[in-house]
Write a protein that binds this ligand. Structure first.
Ligand code: NAP
Length: 266
């Protein structure tokens, strides 16, 4: 069967998770102007309603990505209203850094639950709807942290590496169904997630600039949408160094980081 053309953004029904803040909220503003319908989800339902209110084509359906039932309920609601989605943007995520002197498996589990099982629940809920599109598209937000194992990022980096692997395998398996798959690998973006960091974040960009880079990428559907390029290329290059050199670099970085790199939430 000939591969159908992807529908233009203006005809697409898009489901965006993690839309209540940061990159997701910026994507909401950018996408609502361009797509036909945008379904937004996150846990904070008041904030979602507030964000959706000015846009007649935005529907807010709150859900915790770590709950399979909640994600299935959102999918059932979307099925009843629209019967399909054309694009899923699995953007919901969280970041916590590990202090190895107080090794904390509960912290690791929290991060992996949100970033990995959250993605898995989102894919399971979205796939039947995506299969009703003429050419569906699955997008997951990973991170440029996957290019190089960084100190204190054991939980976050491992979760985002799992996202990358999972989506690459999905891309292979879904190609015969003409479903496209991309990962997004941002560098540092100014959002509530990074506002908590107490270390220097080189080349940090605004959430609006990140959202525009993602929207531009959505129209081409490459395997990976990464930005800002100068930063992601540099990390990719460092990631290709022989292991001894790479480890010497990251060992040095480890000695420079504050022992608690993240401010505690208020
Ligand atoms: N900022 C960066 O520098 C950067 C770099 C690389 C990758 N990323 C990735 O980009 C994505 C967005 O991050 P951000 O920087 O925009 O962070 P953010 O401002 O903290 O936003 C995170 C979003 O995810 C939602 N979320 C978190 N846990 C959730 C859960 N259990 N169920 C449903 N929604 C949940 C939050 O909404 P609720 O709290 O309302 O649920 C919020 O809308 C994340 O996947 C992050 O890992 C960010």
């Amino acid at each position: 069967m000939k591969k159908p053309l992807p529908p233009p953004l203006s005809e697409q029904i898009i489901w965006l998770t993690g839309a209540s803040s940061g990159i997701g909220a910026a994507l909401l503003h950018g996408l609502s102007k361009r797509c036909q319908w945008l379904i937004i989800s996150a846990r904070n339902s008041d904030r979602l309603q507030q964000l959706a209110e000015p846009h007649p084509n935005v529907v807010a359906l709150s859900a915790d990505v770590t709950s399979r039932d909640a994600m299935q309920a959102v999918a059932a609601d979307i099925a009843a209203r629209f019967g399909r989605i054309d694009t899923l943007i699995a953007n919901a995520g969280s970041c916590e850094y590990l202090d190895v002197r107080q090794f904390d498996s509960a912290l690791v589990k929290r991060v992996i639950d949100t970033n990995v099982y959250g993605l898995v629940n989102s894919l399971e809920a979205a796939l039947p709807l995506i299969r009703n599109s003429q050419r569906g598209y699955l997008v997951a937000v990973s991170s440029s942290v996957t290019y190089l194992a960084l100190p204190q990022a054991q939980a976050y980096g491992a979760s985002k590496a799992a996202v990358r692997y999972f989506m690459e395998a999905m891309r292979a398996d879904l190609a015969s169904e003409h479903i496209d798959v991309s990962v997004v690998s941002p560098g540092f973006v100014k959002t509530p997630l990074t506002d908590r960091n107490r270390f220097r974040m080189p080349m940090r960009i605004s959430a609006n600039v990140a959202a525009e880079a993602i929207i531009k990428g959505l129209q081409r559907r490459p395997w990976e949408i990464h930005f800002p390029r100068r930063f992601t290329w540099l990390l990719q290059l460092l990631g290709c160094l022989p292991a001894d050199l790479r480890l010497a670099l990251t060992r040095r970085a480890a000695t420079r980081l504050p022992t608690s790199p993240q401010k505690q939430p208020d």
